[in-house]
Each structure stands twice: as structure tokens, then as C-alpha cells.
Design a protein around this ligand. Structure first.
Ligand code: NAP
Ligand code: GDD
Length: 342
């Protein structure tokens, strides 16, 4: 019997980590994920694929660790001996990164460096190739220098989070060129799903729509409604991550839908879907404004289409509808505690 391919995922408990785990398990990988110790359960997005470690045929393994803890990362790498590593772990909330810049940079920028250093030493010592995926972000384009944004568009980050992602991007490229690592940067535009964290604007809206319909909420407080984002479906985007690591040569790719929509458009589609008018419910709260805003993101994913054969499968309207429907269903079934639906 041939050995299964082993993948290691940081951020396995997050939106993307959960979808990527499902995707890799379907491809018959042995999947290892790093989880943070928490005083309450933080595995709701992966509970449905959790396997009892006593089962001899288990193919999903969880390891305690943290991107701020380089020693543990090295130990896990030695134990797991993965052939692919997906670095999805991050303090990923842009607004929060202004409140906690040092922690965000430690996790996002230094976390990537810790992994790259561990891989470099492991590969040098064992001669085994480890393919590395770095979760880069369209936030790196920030105050955009070109419309639409592609792989060659200069970065202009506008938050501690995106400055840290730019650092991780260049280190990934630097390790590829300096040490011949198979290291890829995915420059992913916003991607959403029913598993999206509840404090990101899309999920905040769809969850509020469900609660308003159920009579559990009267108002929805938001910040800037004029910014525009290129929103895709998270399941499509994790497929692109894997595709990058299957190529003959490592490279960097923009993953996007080539469409942009404002928060107001998102509100319009979400509320109209349940026959409500968003203007009757949405109130402005300045606490959700950012010290510096990213006004417009729209990606050009031509390179990914041509070289990876990747393209998005869910339209903007379908995405909004599927998120609203899922939140309504989740509320009906479980009073909104960790949806887990898709
Ligand atoms: P997410 O839902 O916020 O998940 C982040 C994951 O990182 C969680 O598993 C979290 O663990 C973990 N994490 C946080 N701090 C950590 C630390 N210090 N050490 C180890 N793990 C840590 O994010 P996502 O939406 O899945 O995004 C995945 C990655 O893609 C992130 O790097 C994000 O910055 C990047 N990205 C996302 C988008 C997007 O639109 N979703 C676009 C571009 C790039 P807990 O569950 O314990 O909190
Ligand atoms: N979160 C949030 N909450 N955003 C709001 C709100 C609110 O109440 N009101 C308005 N917004 C606006 C923000 O100012 C921003 O312009 C836009 O909605 C989107 O905000 P988020 O959903 O928080 O996402 P983001 O675009 O800042 O960041 C996400 O996408 C990046 C990729 O471009 C995150 O997933 C990042 O981790 C990711 O890198």
C-alpha cells in the first residue's frame, strides 16, 4: 500500500482551514492541523470531520501549537514530516490589527518566517522537498496603484495586518529564490461562506438578516458602506491553494472573481432576499471605521485561469443568497451557536 500524502495546515480551525481539510481528505491526504489551546472549544468548523485518534484508519490529526512559538512548530514539522504545508493561521481581522498590531505582526509576519526557517532546515537536513503555501491577501494592494490588481501591481498596505502580510509575501519569495524552496504566494481576494467569522462584514450582515427575520434583532450597526470588495466563495479559493502546490514550478497567483461590489450592494441583495429594505435596519457606528481604509479591490485572475485552470464557480448573488439561507437555517436549528453548515 502506498503512503498517503501528508499535509500540515496552520489555521485549520478557521474558515479556509476547515474547507481545505475537507478538500484534502477527499483527495485521500493524511491531514494534520495546528490548533491553539483555548479555554473553550474552538474546533466547531472541523468537528464534523474530526476522527477518533484511536481509530487505526484515522486521517485527520490535530496538534497543539501557535505561530508565535517556533520551537513547537519545528517539533510538529519533525513529527508530521509533511510534503505540503499551508500557512493559513493569522490574526486575520483588519480592524483588530489596529488595536493589536504587535500580536498581529508576530503571528502573521514572524509566524511565516518561523515556518520558512523550520522548512529550510528540515529540507537541508533530510533532502525531502516540502511545498509551502503562504496565505497572502488582496489587502496588500491597499491604496490601489492599478485597477484591476494583478500579480505585478505594487503593494501599498494600509493596516498592521496588511503590512505583516507584505512581509510574509516577500519572505516567501525570498526563501524560494535563496534556498530553492517550493514556496507559493496566493494573493487571495475576499472570500466568504457560511463559515465566515461573525465579525467580518458579510457574515455580520447575513447573520443579522436571519436574526431580524426571526425577531431576535432590531438594528444592524455598521461602519463604512462605500468600500468595494471582490468577493468570492471560500470553497473555490481553497481549491486554488492546492492547485498552486501541484504545479511543476512554484509561483505567485491572484485569486479573485474580477468583479467588485460595495457593502451597500451586499446589503441590498441580502435584505431583498427576505423581502426587507436594508435602510430600515442599518445604523452607522463610527467604532467600525478604520484609521485607514481600503476603498476598492478588484482582482485580475487571468494568470490563475491560464496556468492553473482555476476559475470561480459561485456568483456574487449566489454567494449572498447561500449565506443568508444558511444563517436562517442555522438559527432555526441551533440558536446561532457555531453554524457548521455549508
Ligand atoms: P480565520 O477564519 O480568521 O482563521 C484564522 C485561523 O488562524 C484560525 O484557525 C485561528 O485559530 C488561527 N490562528 C490565529 N492566530 C494564530 C496563532 N497565533 N497561531 C496559530 N494559529 C492562529 O481566517 P480565514 O478567513 O480562514 O483565512 C485564512 C488565511 O487566509 C488567513 O491567513 C487570512 O489572513 C488569509 N486571507 C483570508 C482572506 C479571506 O477573505 N478569508 C483573504 C485573503 C487572505 P482560532 O480558531 O483558534 O482563532
Ligand atoms: N468587519 C466589518 N464590520 N467591516 C465593516 C463594517 C463592520 O461593521 N462596516 C463596514 N465595514 C467595511 C470595512 O470598513 C471594509 O471596508 C469592508 O467592510 C470589509 O471588511 P471585512 O469584512 O472586515 O473584510 P476586509 O476586507 O477588511 O478583510 C478581509 O479580507 C481580506 C482580503 O482582502 C479579511 O478576511 C482579511 O483577513 C483578508 O486578508
Amino acid at each position: 500500500m502506498t503512503e498517503k500524502k501528508r499535509a500540515l495546515i496552520t489555521g485549520i480551525t478557521g474558515q479556509d482551514g476547515s474547507y481545505l481539510s475537507e478538500f484534502l481528505l477527499d483527495k485521500d491526504y493524511e491531514v494534520h492541523g495546528i490548533i491553539r489551546r483555548s479555554s473553550s472549544f474552538n474546533t466547531s468548523r472541523i468537528d464534523h470531520i474530526y476522527q477518533d485518534p484511536h481509530n487505526p484508519h484515522v486521517s485527520l490529526f490535530l496538534h497543539y501549537g501557535d505561530l508565535t512559538d517556533g520551537t513547537t512548530i519545528r517539533r510538529i514539522l519533525e513529527e508530521v514530516r509533511p510534503v505540503e504545508i499551508y500557512n493559513l493561521g493569522a490574526q486575520s481581522h483588519v480592524r483588530v490589527s489596529f488595536d493589536s498590531p504587535e500580536y498581529t505582526v508576530d503571528t502573521v509576519a514572524m509566524g511565516a518566517l518561523r515556518l520558512l526557517e523550520a522548512i529550510r532546515d528540515y529540507q537541508y537536513r533530510t533532502g525531502i522537498e516540502v511545498r509551502f503555501y503562504q496565505a497572502g491577501s488582496s489587502e496588500m494592494f491597499g491604496k490601489v496603484q492599478e485597477v484591476p490588481q494583478k500579480e505585478t501591481t505594487p503593494f501599498y498596505p494600509r493596516s498592521p495586518y496588511s503590512c505583516a502580510k507584505v512581509y510574509a509575501h516577500w519572505q516567501t519569495l525570498n526563501y524560494r529564490e535563496s534556498y530553492n524552496l517550493f514556496a507559493c504566494n496566493g494573493i487571495l481576494f475576499n472570500h466568504e461562506s457560511p463559515r465566515r467569522g461573525e465579525t467580518f462584514v458579510t457574515r455580520k450582515i447575513t447573520r443579522a438578516v436571519a436574526r431580524i427575520v426571526a425577531g431576535k434583532q432590531k438594528k444592524l450597526y455598521l461602519g463604512n458602506l462605500d468600500s468595494k470588495r471582490d468577493w468570492g466563495y471560500a470553497k473555490d479559493y481553497v481549491r486554488a491553494m492546492w492547485m498552486m502546490l501541484q504545479q511543476e514550478q512554484p509561483d505567485d497567483y491572484v485569486i479573485a472573481t474580477n468583479e467588485t461590489h460595495s457593502i451597500k450592494e451586499f446589503l441590498e441583495i441580502a435584505f431583498t432576499h427576505v423581502n426587507l429594505n436594508w435602510q430600515d435596519y442599518v445604523e452607522f457606528d463610527p467604532r467600525y471605521l478604520r484609521p485607514a481604509e481600503v476603498d476598492l479591490l478588484i482582482g485580475d485572475c487571468t494568470k490563475a485561469k491560464e496556468k492553473l485552470g482555476w476559475q470561480p464557480s459561485v456568483t456574487f448573488t449566489e454567494l449572498v443568497h447561500l449565506m443568508v439561507d444558511s444563517d436562517i437555517k442555522a438559527l432555526e436549528q441551533s440558536s446561532m451557536v457555531g453554524s457548521g453548515f455549508d
